[in-house]
Design a protein around this ligand. Structure first.
Ligand code: BG6
Length: 497
């Protein structure tokens, strides 16, 4: 695909995401020759920086680029840094963008970028609509001299209502095809590979339904706590921070029907249908039985004392924000009728891992009568991260007399494709947006459908003291009660076991 000449304007350029993800992604694209010939980046923010100090901050003195720059020549690094500029907006993002426009025009002329511009919103979400409005006021959203695109970071809304309002707000100034809602999990190779596993093979899809699948399990675990983001996290929680976006995106790819083709709209239409078919939990009894929340409490991990969530900086000591969420739900459609989905996400788990496990049913008729002969453990495990790959567990006969069955593994690791360079999520997604490909970005109705499912759970949990909040020691796989979701018929599979 072709990447046309263009400019990237990053709002929130002095923030963490710009230095940690966006600039390193652009730097890698630069080194791989993926940036267009005429290109410039304008960082915009409220900090008082010059072009030079911005370059120092995000390139020359950046911890995030240190490793990458080690073996590179000065000229090569300068070639990239010289494409970066900075514009101080002063006190507020809510200001006249006339001088910003002037700066953009200057850079456009200096770098001959044409009028193609991506605006990347990496500010606090309360500013998204304000920025879109001010861009429009200054005439910077018009497409008559080159396209304009808007990339919007998460969180996209705080609830169903706020997400809808935000969509409405942005649509006043930008059309839906101009808006790219980023979900960096869609930039992960293994998440995209869900589509290939299902729809480019003939050996999985015939089994991908209620006739053969017993249940589906998705685990997303992080070993870190809330780190320095206590202020943000305490208002968000695991459900908003991870489940509504990243995990429901994975769910939609597991659940969706085969699309007609691989175009953005074809895939996104099916994803929306999938999200709309998740059974919304309406009454308190259902919510009580199918959702579990918990917080990590102080404990000792590898000989080191680890703070409990409520003791973290910027977290309310009486906080009822969950750092662990486990949800069981059903999908109301022909394919998935009666198949339970178990999805959990948490901080301060024993390790960092994300995986999807498809548990298959036992054979309908057992000819080997002894239980030890049953190969009852057919599983397909999709390792999203780390050790990216796919594992199939099945039964084989133990050599010797009789029919003793033992479990065997067929295991594929992405790392075995050694010659392939795997792009980092932000790298891939930025390049897609630069090329106008929205396949891996969330559409307005997708985000709204995901919120529709999450809203009742959030509302129920907000009821506070009536709703159980478990504690779990940092470094374990969540509260013991989490297995209650399986009604005595199973338990969570802890990755690696
Ligand atoms: C972010 C969340 O969206 O995803 C963070 O805000 C979380 O809390 C992160 O740590 C996890 O992303 P990854 O790619 O490291 O799994």
């Amino acid at each position: 695909k072709k990447t046309e000449n263009q400019m990237l304007v990053i709002f929130g350029a002095s923030g963490d995401l710009t230095a940690r993800k966006l600039i390193p992604a652009l730097f890698n694209l630069y080194l791989a020759n993926h940036l267009p010939k005429n290109f410039a980046v304008l960082g915009v923010s409220r900090s008082n920086l010059s072009d030079e100090s911005f370059r120092d901050r995000v390139v020359y003195e950046s911890d995030y680029l240190k490793e990458r720059m080690k073996n590179l020549g000065k000229e090569e690094i300068k070639g990239f840094a010289d494409k970066l500029y900075y514009e101080d907006l002063g006190k507020s993002y809510d200001t006249d963008y006339k001088s910003l426009r002037k700066r953009v025009e200057e850079l456009k002329a200096a770098h001959d970028t044409t009028g193609n511009i991506i605006y990347y919103l990496s500010t606090p979400p309360t500013l998204y609509e304000t920025i879109a409005h001010n861009l429009a006021e200054a005439g910077m959203n018009t497409q008559n001299n080159g396209w304009k695109r808007l990339i919007v970071e998460k969180p996209f809304g705080y609830s169903s209502e706020t997400a809808k309002n935000l969509n409405k707000g942005l649509h006043q100034y930008f059309t839906e095809p101009q808006i790219y809602r980023i979900d960096h999990y869609l930039g992960k190779e293994t998440v995209q590979n869900l589509l290939v596993t299902r729809f480019a093979n003939s050996i999985f899809e015939p089994l991908w339904n209620r006739n053969y699948i017993q249940h589906v399990e998705i685990t997303n675990a992080e070993s870190v706590g809330v780190e320095k983001r206590g202020g943000y996290y305490d208002k968000s929680g695991a459900l908003r921070d991870m489940f509504q976006n990243h995990l429901l995106q994975i769910v939609s790819l597991v659940v969706m029907e085969p699309p007609i083709g691989a175009e953005a709209e074809e895939i996104r239409n099916e994803k929306v249908k999938a999200l709309k078919s998740l059974r919304v939990m309406k009454d308190d009894k259902t919510l009580f039985e199918n959702t579990i929340r918990a917080q990590y409490v102080e404990s000792v991990v590898n000989g080191k004392k680890v703070k409990g969530y409520r003791e973290e900086d910027d977290v309310d000591p009486n906080s009822t924000t969950e750092t662990y969420a486990a949800i069981k739900f059903y999908v109301d459609n022909w394919r998935w009728h009666g198949v339970p989905f178990y999805v959990r996400t948490a901080k301060r788990m024993p390790t960092k891992v994300t995986e999807v496990v498809i548990h298959f049913k036992e054979p309908h008729h057992q000819i080997f009568k002894e239980p030890s002969m049953h190969s009852k453990d057919n599983k397909l495990i999709i390792r999203i991260q780390p050790d990216e790959g796919i594992l199939i567990k099945f039964g084989v006969k133990v050599p010797g007399q009789g029919f003793k069955v033992e479990r065997a593994n067929l295991d594929f690791y992405y790392s075995s494709l050694a010659e392939t360079y795997v792009m980092e999520a932000y790298e891939r997604l930025l390049l897609d947006a630069m090329q106008g490909d929205a396949t891996l970005y969330a559409r307005a109705d997708e985000v709204e459908a995901a919120w529709e499912f999450v809203d009742p759970i959030l509302n129920y949990w907000q009821k506070g003291k009536d709703v159980r909040m478990y504690g779990y020691a940092a470094g374990v796989w969540g509260p013991e009660n989490a297995d209650d979701l399986f009604d005595g018929k199973g338990f969570w599979r802890n990755p690696g076991e």
